[in-house]
Write a protein that binds this ligand. Structure first.
Ligand code: FMN
Length: 171
């Protein structure tokens, strides 16, 4: 059975809640809080499937607990070929619609450049924003959600995405 690691960074709890729903939905998946449980990029080696969670801050930047790991990844360039990855994270399409969930796009591009295969793309319908680095060929390169303006939709979005991942990745 594929070993699944859910690596998440979350400042106010929105992305954490989604990570916890994913852990309930995907049997055997392990939660790794980037602030508490992460001890280096070698930890990615322990898993076949990486679910990468980050909210977006600043001007489209990943959540703060991801800053050092992403720097290390781009510096060390480990070979991630053979890994399946998928990205998820909270944003705010109204106040930060100029960079809605852009962190997902930045992380996607880095992991794919290291050889990982990306899964879990979702339609952009149901969101209203100006621009997002997470939008690739008309879809989000992962799961976007917005607990500031659409909190009532998040749990269903996450549960549905878990089902999509299970069928796309054969989990
Ligand atoms: C100072 C600040 C900057 C933000 N920048 C962005 C942004 O560029 N894009 C976006 O989609 N959301 C942005 N947000 C919204 C957060 O991503 C949102 O509040 C999210 O729910 C936080 O999730 P977390 O609790 O998992 O960290 C920003 C929020 C604040 C307070």
């Amino acid at each position: 059975m594929a070993k699944v690691g859910i690596f998440f960074g979350s400042s106010t709890g929105a992305t954490r809640e989604a990570a916890e729903v994913l852990a309930d939905e995907i049997k055997g998946a392990e939660l790794i809080d980037m602030e508490e449980d992460f001890d280096g990029i070698d930890q990615f080696e322990d898993y076949d499937v990486l679910l990468i969670g980050s909210s977006t801050w600043g001007q489209g930047d990943p959540q703060r607990d991801w800053v050092d790991p992403l720097y290390e990844l781009s510096n060390d360039q480990p070979d991630l070929s053979g890994k399946k990855v998928a990205f998820f994270g909270a944003g705010d399409q109204k106040t930060h619609g100029e960079h809605f969930v852009s962190a997902l796009g930045k992380m996607h591009d880095l992991f794919v450049s290291l050889g990982a295969s990306a899964y879990g793309y979702t339609p952009t319908e149901g969101f209203d924003y100006e621009y997002s680095l997470a939008e690739k060929e008309g879809k989000f390169c992962g799961l976007a959600f917005d607990n500031v303006n659409q909190e009532d939709l998040t749990e269903e979005r996450v549960t549905q995405w878990a089902g999509q991942l299970k069928s796309e990745m054969g989990l």
